[in-house]
Design a protein around this ligand. Structure first.
Ligand code: GTP
Ligand code: MG
Length: 193
């Protein structure tokens, strides 16, 4: 995919603030600090378009990125960060849910998982929810650069088993640092936009 331009189009916490055109959107969900914003930057070849942080809880709003004036990526706050108060977590949960359940532009949801760890109960809930709403749910296992080649298949097996996936080959392992499988990611996304 040739990225001609990419820019922030809107920052929202409620539907009135979402972009009003009918461009297709792909949204990114996952645990806080798993690497959603880094993934967006990496595949768009941008350093700081989406803000990232070593500390969980960086993204706190729904951020809409317009790409090639043609489609959008939507970066969502992460879930499951224990240090955020229950009240704050509930607020983000509501913001995410409202977007996911009401947005007609939304074509597909990518669930980002840390390739080093088993998915959490919240990941499983999210994955089942994605399926129940009729999305396929693209599972991207990121931070691939942090594991050895030898443990890849074992880790993918753990992830697919926890999520109850039929075929672990559909998981896309990715590294936002060295962009392994960048082409595979775009192949998958291109068919949606
Ligand atoms: P929230 O906005 O808090 O939900 O987090 P996020 O999922 O957007 O995570 P973010 O992209 O901010 O990344 C969190 C940390 O993981 C940062 O320190 C990133 O540099 C690091 N990180 C993300 N992706 C990768 C990767 O593929 N490899 C390595 N080594 N580090 C990564
Ligand atoms: Mg983020």
């Amino acid at each position: 995919m040739k990225i001609i331009n990419s820019d922030i189009q809107a920052i929202a916490v409620k539907p009135e603030q979402y972009p009003k055109d009918d461009l297709s959107e792909i949204a990114f969900v996952g645990r806080s600090n798993v690497g959603k914003s880094s993934f967006i930057n990496s595949i768009l070849n941008r350093k700081n378009l989406a803000r990232t942080s070593g500390k969980p809880g960086k993204t706190r709003t729904i951020n809409f990125y317009l790409i090639n004036e043609e489609f959008r990526f939507v970066d969502l706050p992460g879930y499951g960060y224990a240090k955020v108060s229950k009240k704050e977590q509930d607020k983000w949960g509501y913001i995410i849910e409202e977007y996911l359940t009401s947005r007609e532009n939304l074509k597909e949801i990518a669930l980002i998982i840390d390739i080093r760890h088993s998915p959490t109960e919240q990941d499983l809930m999210m994955y089942e929810w994605i399926k129940s709403f009729g999305y396929e749910g693209i599972v991207i296992a990121t931070k691939l650069d942090k594991i050895s080649k030898g443990s890849l298949q074992k880790n993918l097996k753990k992830i697919s088993e926890k999520l109850g996936m039929e075929d672990r080959k559909t998981i896309i392992p990715y590294s936002s640092i060295n962009k392994t499988n960048l082409e595979r990611v775009w192949e998958r996304f291109k068919s949606l936009i």
